[in-house]
Design a protein. Structure first.
Length: 102
C-alpha cells in the first residue's frame, strides 16, 4: 500500500472523527466518539476538533512530518468489550519504509 493510499484512508476516516490529537512525538489519533475525547483528555492530550476534514487532514500531515521515526496514525472508538479492539491502524509505524522496499 502506498502512502497516498494510506492518507486516503485517513481522509476517509475523518468523516467519522470528532477530534484529532497528537502526543507531540509520534502518536497521532483520530478520535471517533465523545467517550474517547474524555479518555484522551484524562491522559493530558490536547485535542483539535474536526470541523473541516480537509483542514484537519492538512494538520495531521504537518504533525506526521514533525514526528519522530516511530510515528503512526490510528483511529480510536470506544469498545466496551475490549478497549484494544477500538483502535484501527491507518498508517502503521514503518509505513514509509515498507513503501520504499516495494
Amino acid at each position: 500500500m502506498t502512502m497516498n493510499e494510506r492518507w486516503a484512508d485517513v481522509r476517509s476516516a475523518l468523516g467519522d472523527a470528532v477530534a484529532v490529537t497528537w502526543d507531540g512525538c509520534h502518536k497521532i489519533y483520530l478520535i471517533l466518539d465523545r467517550q474517547q475525547i474524555r479518555e484522551f483528555d484524562s491522559y493530558g492530550y490536547e485535542m483539535t476538533h474536526n470541523d473541516n476534514p480537509d483542514d484537519t487532514l492538512a494538520l495531521l500531515k504537518e504533525w506526521y512530518d514533525a514526528s519522530c521515526f516511530l510515528r503512526f496514525v490510528n483511529s480510536v472508538r470506544t469498545d466496551d468489550t475490549n478497549p484494544n479492539d477500538g483502535y484501527t491502524n491507518l498508517i502503521p509505524q514503518g509505513a514509509e519504509e515498507e513503501e520504499e522496499a516495494s
